[in-house]
Structures are given as C-alpha cells and as structure tokens.
Design a protein around this ligand. Structure first.
Ligand code: M6R
Length: 345
C-alpha cells in the first residue's frame, strides 16, 4: 500500500500523458467522433462501487459546475435492482479499477437496454470485462494495484474524470479562464502530489493520536465530502477503526451527539467558497469538546485551530480533491501499522 501511495506522482503523470497539449484537453481522448458525442450529451449518469463510487461523487460536482451538465452518481449494487428512468442524451459512465466488479458489470448490462446515449468506462485494466463491454473507454494508467486498499487507482480516476469534465465543459462553452486554470492544475498535479507526500513525517506523528481510538469522524463539504468518505473508508478498511464521513452541514442533524473527546474529528478544509460554512461547523465540534484534526489549504484566513493542523499547498478546484486524498491515505496506513494491522512491518 505504501509503495502504491508513493507511486502516485508517476502514475498520475502517465494518466495525463498525451491527453493534454497546447493548454487543452484533447477531445480524441474519447476516440473519433468524441466532439459530436460530447456535444449531444445532455446528462451523465455515473455508477460504481466503493472507492470508485467516491471518485464518481467528486466527478458529479465537476461535471455540473464546469460543464453545466446534469449528473447523478449512484452505487452499482443499488442501481442494478431498480428501474431507472433515462432522459434522452444521457451518457452512462462506469468507474472501476478492476473492470470485473460484479455489481458494476451487472449495472452496465442493464443500462444497455435502457436507452442511454452511450456507455463510457473509466477503468484501469485494458483487458477487463467492463472495457470489453463498453462502447467508449477512458483508461486510468495506475498500473497493477495489489494493495487491498485502493489508493493510486482512486487518484488516477480523479485525474481521468477531470479530463472528461474539462473536455465536456469545453464543448459546452465553459468559461475559458476557468478551463485554462483547470488544465494548468492537471499539468502541475504530479509535482504537487509529490509535495504533499513529503508531509509524511507529520502525518506519521498525527497517526499516534488515533492508535487507541475506536471511532473517528471525517467531515468535508462540496467535492471534499466524498474525499472525507474516502478517508473514512481507508481508515476502517485497514486499521479496523470504525470511521464515518459526513457532509459537515449534516453534523447538527444527528451525528454531533456522538462527538466528545474520544471521537476524533478530521476536517478537510480547502480554501474554497464553503470555508466559512465549514468553519462554523468546526465551532459546533469544539463546543461539544471534540478533538479536531484539521487538514487545511495554505493561505486560509480563518483562525482554524485544533489538536493538530496539517497545511497543504495552495490548490484549485481540480487539484484540491486529489491533494487532500494523499494525507488521508497516509494517515490510514500509519494508524494501521501502529495498531499492528500490517504484520511484518
Ligand atoms: O475494482 P473496482 O473499482 O470496481 O472495485 C470497487 C470497490 O470494491 C473498491 O473500490 C474498494 O472499495 C476499494 N478497494 C477500497 O479501498
């Protein structure tokens, strides 16, 4: 897992290779006729499982915000057993590392009889069933992922989905400045991921605070709500600590009752339009005597304070979800090692 976490700068660079040129995302990434297909796309329906589902939740924000195209994201094991109503011009998008997840494959099979505009797979294994069965394919290039906990597959999925959202945004007339900033963030993403990986000693020290805990709560807003979900999934999956994620605005609608000194709260705080809202949610945690661990973006003006504050470099709407994922992966890894869940280490 640690090896795969550290491969991320390289595999993200490989995933972007040949897909951006002259400050633009190349439409050919989706094959011949892609411009027409994107032009005709009126909505996107994303279906996936687990970590891949979390990538799809981030993509939903990007597709709606950048391209102005309606998008929904759904768990494959739910989708396959219901009767979805499909609007004309809807693109069906599956996301899977392996391309062999039974629920995702079954969802794709069902979708084919539902009148979607086309099926697109974002996948890491070229010879997989999902790739073979989909009309369009965008490969992630994470290389083989051996670790049970998905790490590099997730961040390469995000990079690939950002390419897709920007390509769709371009044909749908998104603001040119925003488009250029998005492309630039992708171009610099590998080196920024390397910068965040260099924070590892601080994250290892932070992990000590979690060793004897039985529960943890992860909070985020906007694109960072699914990143909080991913952080919670990683922690529970490898350290066996019960971890949940909430959209920070939901805290007062129930889960706040659980917050006390034994329930560490990890908050993800990028410097975006939701920072004021998140900041007031942090006050709610403090008022309950909760222990706050903050992952913040450099330059935040708010006096956010907690047990510990980890500062990430300045990022943007595309790079932030990827960059904030890295310390959450490392945290889960170090907590698992300290709790003796990684025999041999
Ligand atoms: O291969 P897939 O991406 O379709 O797998 C879906 C999930 O089983 C997977 O993402 C799982 O949640 C992760 N390995 C958890 O770290």
């Amino acid at each position: 897992m640690l090896k795969e976490i550290h491969e991320q700068p390289q595999v993200i660079a490989e995933t972007l290779e040949g897909r951006i040129a002259g400050g633009k995302v190349l439409n050919e990434i989706l094959g011949v006729g892609a411009s027409e297909l994107l032009q005709q796309t009126q909505a996107v329906h994303i279906v996936a499982c687990g970590t891949s589902y979390h990538a799809g939740l981030v993509a939903r924000y990007w597709i709606e915000t950048l391209a102005g195209v309606p998008c929904t994201t759904e768990i494959a094991s739910e989708y396959r057993y219901r009767q979805p109503v499909v609007q004309p011009g809807t693109l069906f998008l599956t996301i899977s590392q392996s391309g062999e997840t039974a629920d995702t494959l079954a969802a794709l099979k069902m979708a084919k009889s539902r009148g979607y505009h086309a099926e697109l797979a974002v996948c890491n294994v070229p010879e997989s069933s999902l790739v073979r069965e989909s009309r369009l394919v965008l490969m992630t290039r994470a290389g083989p992922e051996i670790g049970v906990a998905s790490t590099k597959a997730f961040t390469t999925q995000l990079a690939t989905l950002a390419l897709f959202a920007l390509a769709l945004g371009k044909v749908k007339g998104m603001d040119e400045g925003r488009y250029q900033r998005g492309v630039r963030q992708l171009e610099t993403l590998p080196s920024m991921v390397a910068d965040v990986l260099a924070l590892d000693p601080q994250i290892k020290a932070l992990a000590e605070h979690f060793v004897d805990k039985e529960h943890a709560l992860f909070l985020g807003r906007g694109t960072h709500w699914p990143i909080a979900m991913e952080g919670a999934l990683k922690l529970k999956e490898i350290s066996y600590i019960h971890a949940e994620a909430y959209a920070a605005g939901e805290l007062k609608h129930g889960p706040l009752a659980l917050v006390d000194a034994d329930m560490p709260v990890i908050a993800i705080a990028p410097n975006d339009h939701l920072i004021d809202k998140l900041s007031s949610n942090m006050e709610e945690v403090r008022a309950r005597g909760g222990r706050l661990y903050l992952f913040v973006e450099q330059g935040i003006k708010h006096g956010l304070h907690g047990e510990s504050v980890l500062t990430l470099p300045k990022c943007g709407e595309i790079s932030a979800p990827v960059l904030f994922t890295i310390p959450l992966q490392l945290l889960a890894y170090h907590v698992a090692v300290l709790r003796g869940m990684m025999p041999g280490l």
